[in-house]
Design a protein around this ligand. Structure first.
Ligand SMILES: Cc1cc2nc3c(=O)[nH]c(=O)nc-3n(C[C@H](O)[C@H](O)[C@H](O)COP(=O)(O)OP(=O)(O)OC[C@H]3O[C@@H](n4cnc5c(N)ncnc54)[C@H](O)[C@@H]3O)c2cc1C
Length: 336
Protein backbone atom coordinates (compact mmCIF):
# COMPACT_ATOMS: atom_id res chain seq x y z
CA UNK A 1 0.00 0.00 0.00
CA UNK A 2 1.27 3.47 -0.84
CA UNK A 3 1.48 6.40 1.53
CA UNK A 4 -1.53 8.69 1.72
CA UNK A 5 -2.60 11.61 3.86
CA UNK A 6 -5.72 11.68 6.00
CA UNK A 7 -8.35 14.36 6.46
CA UNK A 8 -11.26 14.32 8.91
CA UNK A 9 -14.26 15.95 7.22
CA UNK A 10 -16.27 18.11 9.58
CA UNK A 11 -19.35 18.52 7.42
CA UNK A 12 -20.77 17.45 4.04
CA UNK A 13 -19.64 20.77 2.53
CA UNK A 14 -16.17 20.36 4.00
CA UNK A 15 -15.91 16.86 2.49
CA UNK A 16 -17.16 18.01 -0.91
CA UNK A 17 -14.75 20.92 -1.05
CA UNK A 18 -11.78 18.61 -0.69
CA UNK A 19 -12.63 15.48 -2.69
CA UNK A 20 -11.68 15.11 -6.36
CA UNK A 21 -11.97 11.41 -7.24
CA UNK A 22 -14.06 8.26 -7.08
CA UNK A 23 -12.55 4.77 -7.11
CA UNK A 24 -13.18 4.49 -10.86
CA UNK A 25 -11.25 7.71 -11.54
CA UNK A 26 -8.09 6.31 -10.04
CA UNK A 27 -8.57 2.66 -10.82
CA UNK A 28 -5.45 0.77 -11.80
CA UNK A 29 -3.48 4.00 -12.19
CA UNK A 30 0.01 4.55 -10.85
CA UNK A 31 0.15 6.13 -7.36
CA UNK A 32 -1.31 9.53 -7.96
CA UNK A 33 -0.69 11.93 -5.15
CA UNK A 34 -3.20 14.53 -6.20
CA UNK A 35 -6.23 12.26 -5.97
CA UNK A 36 -8.48 12.56 -2.95
CA UNK A 37 -11.21 10.02 -2.20
CA UNK A 38 -13.91 9.42 0.44
CA UNK A 39 -13.69 6.71 3.05
CA UNK A 40 -16.67 5.66 5.15
CA UNK A 41 -16.25 2.30 6.96
CA UNK A 42 -13.20 1.58 4.81
CA UNK A 43 -14.00 -2.10 4.14
CA UNK A 44 -14.03 -1.89 0.36
CA UNK A 45 -11.73 1.09 -0.08
CA UNK A 46 -8.96 -0.50 1.97
CA UNK A 47 -9.42 -3.77 0.01
CA UNK A 48 -9.00 -1.87 -3.27
CA UNK A 49 -5.90 -0.15 -1.91
CA UNK A 50 -4.36 -3.39 -0.62
CA UNK A 51 -5.11 -5.04 -3.96
CA UNK A 52 -3.11 -2.21 -5.59
CA UNK A 53 -6.08 -1.12 -7.69
CA UNK A 54 -6.64 2.25 -6.10
CA UNK A 55 -3.83 4.48 -4.87
CA UNK A 56 -5.22 7.77 -3.58
CA UNK A 57 -2.93 10.56 -2.47
CA UNK A 58 -5.33 11.49 0.30
CA UNK A 59 -8.34 10.06 2.07
CA UNK A 60 -11.22 12.08 3.43
CA UNK A 61 -12.82 10.30 6.34
CA UNK A 62 -16.54 11.04 6.16
CA UNK A 63 -17.44 8.62 8.95
CA UNK A 64 -17.38 11.26 11.68
CA UNK A 65 -19.51 13.88 9.92
CA UNK A 66 -22.25 14.65 12.44
CA UNK A 67 -25.85 13.76 11.57
CA UNK A 68 -25.23 11.27 8.76
CA UNK A 69 -25.98 8.20 10.86
CA UNK A 70 -29.64 8.73 11.70
CA UNK A 71 -32.58 6.43 10.99
CA UNK A 72 -35.86 8.36 10.91
CA UNK A 73 -39.40 7.29 10.01
CA UNK A 74 -42.37 9.45 9.14
CA UNK A 75 -45.77 8.01 8.14
CA UNK A 76 -45.97 10.42 5.17
CA UNK A 77 -42.42 10.57 3.86
CA UNK A 78 -41.23 7.10 4.89
CA UNK A 79 -37.84 5.91 6.10
CA UNK A 80 -34.70 8.04 5.83
CA UNK A 81 -31.39 6.34 6.57
CA UNK A 82 -28.23 8.43 6.81
CA UNK A 83 -25.34 7.26 4.66
CA UNK A 84 -23.03 6.56 7.59
CA UNK A 85 -25.48 4.24 9.34
CA UNK A 86 -23.69 0.95 9.74
CA UNK A 87 -25.19 -2.32 8.60
CA UNK A 88 -25.24 -3.41 12.26
CA UNK A 89 -27.30 -0.36 13.19
CA UNK A 90 -29.76 -1.19 10.40
CA UNK A 91 -29.91 -4.80 11.53
CA UNK A 92 -30.63 -3.76 15.11
CA UNK A 93 -33.39 -1.28 14.25
CA UNK A 94 -36.80 -2.63 15.29
CA UNK A 95 -38.75 -0.40 12.92
CA UNK A 96 -36.82 -1.74 9.92
CA UNK A 97 -37.35 -5.29 11.13
CA UNK A 98 -41.08 -4.70 11.51
CA UNK A 99 -41.88 -2.61 8.45
CA UNK A 100 -39.11 -3.43 5.97
CA UNK A 101 -38.42 -7.05 6.83
CA UNK A 102 -36.63 -7.91 3.55
CA UNK A 103 -34.19 -5.05 4.15
CA UNK A 104 -33.51 -6.32 7.66
CA UNK A 105 -32.86 -9.81 6.24
CA UNK A 106 -30.57 -8.51 3.47
CA UNK A 107 -28.49 -6.52 5.93
CA UNK A 108 -28.36 -9.35 8.45
CA UNK A 109 -26.93 -11.68 5.77
CA UNK A 110 -24.28 -9.27 4.43
CA UNK A 111 -20.73 -10.18 5.43
CA UNK A 112 -20.05 -10.98 9.09
CA UNK A 113 -21.09 -9.20 12.31
CA UNK A 114 -17.58 -7.74 12.48
CA UNK A 115 -17.82 -6.34 8.92
CA UNK A 116 -21.32 -5.02 9.55
CA UNK A 117 -20.05 -3.05 12.54
CA UNK A 118 -17.85 -0.96 10.21
CA UNK A 119 -19.58 -1.12 6.82
CA UNK A 120 -21.89 1.79 6.09
CA UNK A 121 -24.96 1.98 3.89
CA UNK A 122 -23.41 4.55 1.50
CA UNK A 123 -20.18 2.59 1.20
CA UNK A 124 -22.17 -0.57 0.55
CA UNK A 125 -23.90 1.04 -2.43
CA UNK A 126 -20.67 2.50 -3.79
CA UNK A 127 -18.54 -0.65 -3.32
CA UNK A 128 -17.00 -2.18 -6.46
CA UNK A 129 -17.68 -5.55 -8.02
CA UNK A 130 -15.90 -8.65 -6.68
CA UNK A 131 -15.28 -10.01 -10.21
CA UNK A 132 -11.87 -11.65 -9.91
CA UNK A 133 -10.66 -10.20 -13.22
CA UNK A 134 -11.54 -6.74 -11.93
CA UNK A 135 -9.98 -7.34 -8.52
CA UNK A 136 -6.71 -8.77 -9.82
CA UNK A 137 -3.97 -6.30 -10.66
CA UNK A 138 -2.55 -9.05 -12.91
CA UNK A 139 -5.59 -9.04 -15.19
CA UNK A 140 -7.16 -6.62 -17.58
CA UNK A 141 -10.94 -6.25 -17.69
CA UNK A 142 -13.72 -4.28 -19.33
CA UNK A 143 -14.33 -2.22 -16.19
CA UNK A 144 -10.65 -1.30 -16.13
CA UNK A 145 -10.76 0.01 -19.68
CA UNK A 146 -9.48 -2.95 -21.73
CA UNK A 147 -12.63 -3.12 -23.83
CA UNK A 148 -12.87 -6.89 -23.24
CA UNK A 149 -14.58 -8.89 -20.51
CA UNK A 150 -12.38 -11.93 -19.96
CA UNK A 151 -14.96 -13.62 -17.70
CA UNK A 152 -17.21 -14.28 -20.67
CA UNK A 153 -14.93 -16.99 -22.02
CA UNK A 154 -12.94 -17.51 -18.85
CA UNK A 155 -13.69 -18.33 -15.22
CA UNK A 156 -17.27 -17.21 -14.74
CA UNK A 157 -18.76 -19.36 -12.00
CA UNK A 158 -19.98 -16.41 -9.91
CA UNK A 159 -20.77 -14.06 -12.77
CA UNK A 160 -23.95 -12.75 -14.31
CA UNK A 161 -26.48 -14.85 -16.17
CA UNK A 162 -28.37 -11.92 -17.69
CA UNK A 163 -27.33 -8.79 -19.59
CA UNK A 164 -23.84 -10.24 -19.63
CA UNK A 165 -22.77 -9.62 -23.24
CA UNK A 166 -20.66 -6.54 -22.45
CA UNK A 167 -19.39 -7.28 -18.95
CA UNK A 168 -20.29 -10.35 -16.92
CA UNK A 169 -19.58 -8.96 -13.45
CA UNK A 170 -22.28 -8.74 -10.79
CA UNK A 171 -22.76 -5.90 -8.34
CA UNK A 172 -21.77 -6.89 -4.83
CA UNK A 173 -24.33 -4.97 -2.80
CA UNK A 174 -26.95 -7.43 -1.64
CA UNK A 175 -28.43 -4.65 0.50
CA UNK A 176 -29.43 -2.86 -2.71
CA UNK A 177 -31.45 -5.91 -3.82
CA UNK A 178 -33.84 -5.24 -0.93
CA UNK A 179 -33.67 -1.45 -1.27
CA UNK A 180 -34.73 -1.72 -4.91
CA UNK A 181 -37.69 -3.94 -4.04
CA UNK A 182 -38.89 -1.15 -1.71
CA UNK A 183 -38.36 1.45 -4.48
CA UNK A 184 -35.75 3.36 -2.48
CA UNK A 185 -34.17 6.61 -3.61
CA UNK A 186 -30.55 7.62 -3.08
CA UNK A 187 -29.91 11.16 -1.87
CA UNK A 188 -26.76 12.70 -3.34
CA UNK A 189 -25.15 16.02 -2.37
CA UNK A 190 -22.76 18.06 -4.49
CA UNK A 191 -20.94 21.29 -3.77
CA UNK A 192 -22.84 24.55 -3.55
CA UNK A 193 -25.41 22.98 -1.24
CA UNK A 194 -27.09 21.06 -4.09
CA UNK A 195 -28.95 17.82 -3.36
CA UNK A 196 -30.76 15.42 -5.68
CA UNK A 197 -32.73 12.24 -5.16
CA UNK A 198 -32.31 9.40 -7.63
CA UNK A 199 -34.36 6.21 -7.93
CA UNK A 200 -32.06 3.36 -6.93
CA UNK A 201 -32.70 1.75 -10.33
CA UNK A 202 -31.16 4.83 -11.95
CA UNK A 203 -28.32 4.98 -9.43
CA UNK A 204 -26.73 1.81 -10.83
CA UNK A 205 -25.25 1.96 -14.32
CA UNK A 206 -25.19 -0.83 -16.89
CA UNK A 207 -21.71 -1.51 -18.32
CA UNK A 208 -22.84 -0.79 -21.88
CA UNK A 209 -23.86 2.71 -20.74
CA UNK A 210 -20.65 3.38 -18.85
CA UNK A 211 -17.66 1.07 -18.90
CA UNK A 212 -15.94 2.61 -15.86
CA UNK A 213 -18.60 3.30 -13.28
CA UNK A 214 -21.05 0.97 -11.62
CA UNK A 215 -23.06 3.91 -10.30
CA UNK A 216 -23.87 7.43 -11.44
CA UNK A 217 -21.65 8.90 -8.69
CA UNK A 218 -19.15 11.45 -9.95
CA UNK A 219 -16.13 12.89 -8.16
CA UNK A 220 -17.47 15.69 -5.99
CA UNK A 221 -20.70 13.87 -5.11
CA UNK A 222 -21.52 12.39 -1.73
CA UNK A 223 -24.33 9.99 -0.90
CA UNK A 224 -26.03 11.54 2.13
CA UNK A 225 -28.76 8.98 2.62
CA UNK A 226 -31.37 6.58 1.32
CA UNK A 227 -35.10 7.26 1.40
CA UNK A 228 -37.69 4.48 1.27
CA UNK A 229 -41.39 5.26 0.73
CA UNK A 230 -43.75 4.49 3.63
CA UNK A 231 -45.08 0.93 3.57
CA UNK A 232 -48.71 0.50 2.53
CA UNK A 233 -51.21 -1.54 4.53
CA UNK A 234 -50.85 -5.26 3.81
CA UNK A 235 -47.20 -5.02 2.73
CA UNK A 236 -45.18 -8.19 3.20
CA UNK A 237 -41.60 -8.79 2.17
CA UNK A 238 -38.96 -11.47 2.14
CA UNK A 239 -35.30 -11.73 1.11
CA UNK A 240 -33.24 -14.84 0.38
CA UNK A 241 -29.50 -14.97 -0.22
CA UNK A 242 -27.83 -18.08 -1.54
CA UNK A 243 -24.08 -18.08 -0.99
CA UNK A 244 -21.44 -20.75 -1.36
CA UNK A 245 -21.58 -21.05 2.41
CA UNK A 246 -23.67 -19.54 5.19
CA UNK A 247 -20.86 -17.50 6.72
CA UNK A 248 -19.30 -14.45 5.16
CA UNK A 249 -19.53 -14.76 1.41
CA UNK A 250 -21.15 -12.55 -1.22
CA UNK A 251 -24.33 -13.79 -2.88
CA UNK A 252 -24.29 -16.34 -5.69
CA UNK A 253 -27.94 -15.43 -6.10
CA UNK A 254 -30.25 -13.28 -4.02
CA UNK A 255 -33.81 -12.08 -4.30
CA UNK A 256 -36.10 -9.63 -2.53
CA UNK A 257 -39.87 -9.77 -2.92
CA UNK A 258 -42.30 -7.11 -1.69
CA UNK A 259 -46.06 -7.66 -2.03
CA UNK A 260 -49.20 -5.78 -1.05
CA UNK A 261 -51.86 -8.26 -0.04
CA UNK A 262 -55.51 -7.44 0.53
CA UNK A 263 -58.51 -9.74 0.68
CA UNK A 264 -56.16 -12.66 0.12
CA UNK A 265 -55.06 -11.28 -3.27
CA UNK A 266 -51.83 -9.64 -4.32
CA UNK A 267 -52.48 -6.04 -5.40
CA UNK A 268 -48.90 -5.14 -6.15
CA UNK A 269 -45.53 -6.89 -6.23
CA UNK A 270 -41.86 -6.18 -6.76
CA UNK A 271 -39.28 -8.90 -7.38
CA UNK A 272 -35.61 -7.91 -7.51
CA UNK A 273 -32.75 -10.21 -8.49
CA UNK A 274 -29.24 -9.57 -7.18
CA UNK A 275 -26.09 -11.26 -8.56
CA UNK A 276 -27.96 -12.12 -11.78
CA UNK A 277 -26.87 -9.17 -13.89
CA UNK A 278 -24.11 -6.51 -13.66
CA UNK A 279 -26.52 -4.41 -11.57
CA UNK A 280 -29.53 -5.50 -9.50
CA UNK A 281 -32.62 -5.84 -11.70
CA UNK A 282 -36.36 -6.02 -11.33
CA UNK A 283 -38.05 -9.17 -12.67
CA UNK A 284 -41.03 -7.11 -13.81
CA UNK A 285 -42.85 -9.72 -15.87
CA UNK A 286 -42.65 -12.25 -13.04
CA UNK A 287 -44.01 -9.63 -10.61
CA UNK A 288 -46.87 -8.79 -12.99
CA UNK A 289 -47.94 -12.44 -12.95
CA UNK A 290 -48.76 -12.08 -9.25
CA UNK A 291 -50.90 -8.95 -9.49
CA UNK A 292 -54.61 -9.41 -8.86
CA UNK A 293 -54.10 -13.08 -8.03
CA UNK A 294 -54.24 -15.27 -4.97
CA UNK A 295 -50.68 -16.53 -4.54
CA UNK A 296 -50.21 -20.26 -4.29
CA UNK A 297 -47.37 -22.70 -4.91
CA UNK A 298 -48.14 -23.15 -8.62
CA UNK A 299 -48.24 -19.40 -9.28
CA UNK A 300 -45.04 -18.80 -7.28
CA UNK A 301 -43.31 -21.56 -9.24
CA UNK A 302 -44.42 -20.08 -12.57
CA UNK A 303 -43.19 -16.63 -11.50
CA UNK A 304 -39.85 -18.13 -10.47
CA UNK A 305 -39.56 -19.72 -13.91
CA UNK A 306 -40.61 -16.47 -15.62
CA UNK A 307 -37.94 -14.51 -13.70
CA UNK A 308 -35.27 -16.50 -15.57
CA UNK A 309 -36.74 -16.12 -19.06
CA UNK A 310 -34.06 -14.75 -21.37
CA UNK A 311 -31.19 -15.83 -19.11
CA UNK A 312 -27.92 -16.28 -20.99
CA UNK A 313 -25.73 -18.28 -18.61
CA UNK A 314 -22.04 -18.62 -19.37
CA UNK A 315 -19.92 -21.79 -19.50
CA UNK A 316 -19.57 -22.07 -15.71
CA UNK A 317 -22.70 -20.59 -14.18
CA UNK A 318 -25.80 -22.27 -15.61
CA UNK A 319 -26.26 -23.73 -12.12
CA UNK A 320 -27.49 -20.30 -11.02
CA UNK A 321 -30.67 -20.53 -13.13
CA UNK A 322 -32.42 -23.23 -11.06
CA UNK A 323 -31.19 -21.55 -7.87
CA UNK A 324 -32.89 -18.31 -8.89
CA UNK A 325 -36.08 -20.10 -9.90
CA UNK A 326 -36.21 -21.76 -6.50
CA UNK A 327 -35.39 -18.76 -4.33
CA UNK A 328 -37.81 -16.52 -6.23
CA UNK A 329 -40.56 -19.10 -5.67
CA UNK A 330 -39.70 -19.44 -1.98
CA UNK A 331 -39.49 -15.69 -1.37
CA UNK A 332 -42.88 -15.17 -3.05
CA UNK A 333 -44.50 -17.85 -0.89
CA UNK A 334 -42.98 -16.21 2.22
CA UNK A 335 -44.39 -12.80 1.19
CA UNK A 336 -48.06 -13.77 1.47
C1 LIG B 1 -15.71 -10.97 3.40
C2 LIG B 1 -16.71 -9.94 2.95
C3 LIG B 1 -18.02 -10.33 2.69
C4 LIG B 1 -18.95 -9.39 2.27
N1 LIG B 1 -20.24 -9.80 2.01
C5 LIG B 1 -21.16 -8.91 1.59
C6 LIG B 1 -22.50 -9.26 1.30
O1 LIG B 1 -22.88 -10.42 1.43
N2 LIG B 1 -23.35 -8.31 0.88
C7 LIG B 1 -22.98 -7.02 0.72
O2 LIG B 1 -23.80 -6.19 0.34
N3 LIG B 1 -21.71 -6.63 0.97
C8 LIG B 1 -20.81 -7.54 1.40
N4 LIG B 1 -19.52 -7.14 1.66
C9 LIG B 1 -19.13 -5.79 1.31
C10 LIG B 1 -19.26 -4.80 2.42
O3 LIG B 1 -20.59 -4.75 2.87
C11 LIG B 1 -18.86 -3.45 1.82
O4 LIG B 1 -17.48 -3.48 1.51
C12 LIG B 1 -19.12 -2.32 2.77
O5 LIG B 1 -20.53 -2.19 2.95
C13 LIG B 1 -18.58 -1.02 2.23
O6 LIG B 1 -18.96 0.00 3.13
P1 LIG B 1 -17.84 0.94 3.78
O7 LIG B 1 -18.56 1.92 4.61
O8 LIG B 1 -16.80 0.14 4.43
O9 LIG B 1 -17.31 1.64 2.44
P2 LIG B 1 -15.86 2.21 2.12
O10 LIG B 1 -14.92 1.07 1.90
O11 LIG B 1 -15.47 3.26 3.07
O12 LIG B 1 -16.18 2.89 0.72
C14 LIG B 1 -16.47 2.11 -0.42
C15 LIG B 1 -16.48 3.03 -1.63
O13 LIG B 1 -17.56 3.93 -1.53
C16 LIG B 1 -17.11 5.28 -1.54
N5 LIG B 1 -17.99 5.94 -0.57
C17 LIG B 1 -18.18 5.58 0.72
N6 LIG B 1 -19.13 6.33 1.27
C18 LIG B 1 -19.56 7.18 0.32
C19 LIG B 1 -20.54 8.21 0.27
N7 LIG B 1 -21.29 8.52 1.33
N8 LIG B 1 -20.71 8.89 -0.89
C20 LIG B 1 -19.96 8.59 -1.98
N9 LIG B 1 -19.02 7.63 -2.01
C21 LIG B 1 -18.84 6.93 -0.87
C22 LIG B 1 -15.65 5.24 -1.19
O14 LIG B 1 -14.91 6.27 -1.79
C23 LIG B 1 -15.22 3.88 -1.74
O15 LIG B 1 -14.90 3.98 -3.10
C24 LIG B 1 -18.58 -8.04 2.12
C25 LIG B 1 -17.26 -7.64 2.39
C26 LIG B 1 -16.33 -8.58 2.80
C27 LIG B 1 -14.94 -8.11 3.09
Amino acid sequence: MNKFSWYEAKSVEDALENVNATSSDILAKKPENSTVIFKAGGIDLLDLMKEGLVNPGAIINIKKIPGLDKIEYDENSGLKIGTNTTLSELEGNDLIKTKYFALYQAVAHAGTPHLRNSATLGGNLAQRTRCWYFRSIEHQCFRKGSGTCYAQNGENEFHSIMNNQTCASVHSSSVSTALMAFNAKVEIASSGGKTREVEIEDFFVHPEDNSKNETILQAGELITGVIIPPVKLGTKSYYIKQGARESHDWAIADVAVVTEISGGKCNNAEIVLGAASPVPIKAEKAATMLKGKRIDEALAKSAGKRSMKGATPLSGNAYKVPIFKTIVKRAILKSV
